[in-house]
Design a protein. Structure first.
Length: 115
């Protein structure tokens, strides 16, 4: 499968999208960026955090506001991850760097500031 793909990146739309980790490694060896599914499939978790930690902003927000916030957060973290990979970090180390970002508050708390 990996040898047949003609793409520059894979952004999975499901949890655990590969039958084995070796498939993702084979894509990476061909120079194809593979974004980890926990990173790009975090939308529901982010939305839940907004509802839980910024309930007033959640009630007042429209769907477009929530989607825009989720999109920007996922884009920012995916960009950080790819930058870490470009610097030579392994998949796990790059994910750890993104997860260790300075913000330690729940992400939903920052929604009121962005909306």
């Amino acid at each position: 499968m990996a040898s047949a793909l003609r793409v520059t990146s894979v952004v999975p739309a499901a949890n655990a999208p590969f039958q084995s980790p070796q498939l993702a490694d084979a894509l990476r060896q061909r120079g194809i960026s593979v974004l980890p599914d926990p990173l790009v499939n975090a939308g529901a978790v982010i939305a839940d955090s907004i509802e839980r930690f910024s309930p007033d902003a959640w009630k007042d927000a429209g769907a477009k506001d929530v989607y825009a916030f989720v999109r920007e957060e996922v884009r920012r973290r995916a960009t950080d991850y790819l930058n870490q990979r470009d610097q030579g970090l392994s998949v796990g180390a790059a994910l750890n760097e993104v997860a260790a970002a300075p913000a330690t508050d729940p992400i939903g708390l920052s929604f009121g500031d962005a909306a």
